[in-house]
Design a protein around this ligand. Structure first.
Ligand SMILES: [Zn+2]
Ligand SMILES: [Zn+2]
Length: 495
């Protein structure tokens, strides 16, 4: 049947997305799940009492948390995972997602000193739990949430570690975290500090001057100030991921890192990631469970709140009396943001615009967020995520020839391009090692003089130096793969 055969009006209705289903007044009073209690919440157009709501949220968490913890051949009849033999690290941001996650997993999954198992209760998956908070208050100007989270962690039997965003520039961080856990002798494997010149198109790397007296906070502020304002949230997001990885490795015996990223935040990641050119590594970023890159030992990162929306997480926290703050204020960090002629929006990063868009969408069309996530889940990473070369900044697999692609397709102009003088290639350029999105992050928005970064080299997070070193030294596997392309197969030989 063609579109033209449809009766009048029917075709139009089919293309218009259905708006939120109305909940009828007579159904509002009673829980639609148990039909017995008075309803308190309306979630996804279903009225629920508190008990049914909590059961539904627990079921959503189990759906994301259990599969990576169960053996590959486990049958669905085996509902509760066996003890992993290690400890767990829960990332806490003070947002509703991570606070609800810490509250949920500390109930049954994490052991606590002095807590006896009740009769019939399963042994916890992790013997001990840690909570880590990355504090961005030094650059965002927001009040530090560390004291609040320390209390939240303590009440739930988790040991608390707080690191600050600027610790990405602190060579002693690993040792400091290990000392908290009572482990000595951890070497600072962050690598040599490197600085980068952002005014050159190939981003030459230089060794950090040993005479530099800049504090870690000054280093972070210098890096943020030299980036275009819309790129700053992306950098802060990489710093967050990098620091969580460093802490997970520095603490002894951690086998899993739990992230409280809600489905709402994941939908933002899909849209903003695609828009900023992160498409290549997006499937790795979205994976419900993935090993931390180059961690030395296997540490699985699990997004246990993947099936829970921000609204559900917020209701959970409200019901449990947990105070939450979802504001990150990553836009407007580093200063220097200009208001436009109408005095509106100092900075509008793609991340912030997407956040607002998804928040609006969530109200008018709640099912759209699920649809976005389902689309994101269908993405597959081409290649082997474990052995692919990593981008030194975001530590995700790098797409080949990002610089060539950008030279042909980018709408932004590269500084120095078109000046008539071909710049001499730098001895140690960073640009060819970066993924497309990180390369864009370091590129000024326009070629206008006022947007040109200063010629002053700015420091980069310490793991960048280590990753660059790693890329320079070709691993034996990479060498074998490269040589394999030139070998003639046995069956090709006779042709
Ligand atoms: Zn009910
Ligand atoms: Zn990158």
């Amino acid at each position: 049947m063609s579109c033209a055969d449809q009766p009048d009006g029917q075709g139009d209705e089919a293309v218009v997305m259905p708006r939120r289903k109305r909940v009828f007044a007579r159904e509002k009073g009673v829980c639609q799940r148990c039909r017995a209690s008075k309803c308190l919440y309306i979630v996804r157009s279903v009225t629920m009492c508190r008990a049914c709501f909590e059961t539904a949220v627990r079921a959503s968490v189990v759906k994301a948390l259990h599969p990576p913890l169960l053996p590959a051949d486990a049958r669905s009849a085996q509902p509760f995972p066996r003890p992993s033999g290690g400890d767990v690290l829960v990332a806490l941001s003070a947002g509703a997602g991570s606070s609800a996650l810490a509250d949920l997993v500390s109930e049954r999954y994490i052991g606590r000193e002095g807590r006896e198992l009740a009769r019939g209760q399963r042994e916890p998956v992790w013997a001990r739990g840690w909570a880590v908070h990355v504090d961005f208050s030094g650059v965002t100007g927001l009040e530090s949430r560390a004291p609040l989270l320390d209390k939240l962690a303590e009440e739930r039997g988790l040991r608390f570690v707080c690191v600050r965003a600027e610790d990405a520039f602190d060579p002693l961080l690993r040792r400091r975290v290990a000392a908290l856990a009572g482990v000595g002798g951890v070497d600072g494997a962050e690598g040599e500090g490197v600085v980068v010149r952002l005014d050159e198109p190939d981003l030459p790397l230089l060794e950090a001057p040993s005479s530099s007296t800049a504090t870690p906070l000054e280093s972070l502020q210098a890096l943020l100030a030299s980036l275009p304002p819309p790129s700053r949230p992306a950098l802060l997001s990489h710093i967050l991921d990098g620091l969580l990885g460093v802490v997970a490795q520095a603490l002894p015996n951690i086998t899993h890192l739990l992230i409280g990223e809600t489905s709402t935040r994941e939908a933002q990641r899909v849209i903003a990631g695609t828009a900023t050119g992160r498409g290549w590594a997006l499937p790795v970023e979205l994976a419900a469970a993935a090993p931390l890159p180059r961690a030395g030992r296997t540490i699985m990162r699990i997004k246990a709140m993947k099936n829970v929306s921000l609204k559900e997480a917020a209701i959970w926290c409200h019901g449990r009396g947990v105070q939450t703050y979802n504001e990150r204020r990553w836009d407007g960090t580093g200063g220097g943001a200009r208001r436009d002629a109408r005095g509106k929006g100092a900075t509008a990063s793609i991340e912030a615009l997407t956040e607002r868009f998804i928040a609006g969408l969530n109200v008018s069309h709640p099912s759209t967020v699920t649809t976005i996530n389902k689309t994101g889940d269908k993405l597959c990473f081409v290649g082997d995520a474990n052995s692919a070369p990593l981008c030194p900044v975001c530590q995700l697999p790098v797409d080949a020839s990002a610089t060539d692609w950008k030279a042909r397709s980018a709408l932004t102009s590269l500084p120095g391009k078109g000046d008539g003088v071909a710049a001499a290639p730098s001895p140690d350029p960073l640009a060819p090692l970066l993924c497309y999105a990180c390369l864009t992050m370091f590129t000024p928005l326009t070629a206008a003089q006022k947007d040109r970064p200063t010629a002053e080299p700015v420091p980069l997070p310490l793991w960048v130096g280590a990753r660059v070193q790693e890329r320079r030294h070709v691993t034996p596997q990479e060498l074998r793969d490269e040589v394999a392309q030139f070998l003639i197969d046995d069956d090709e030989e006779g042709v």
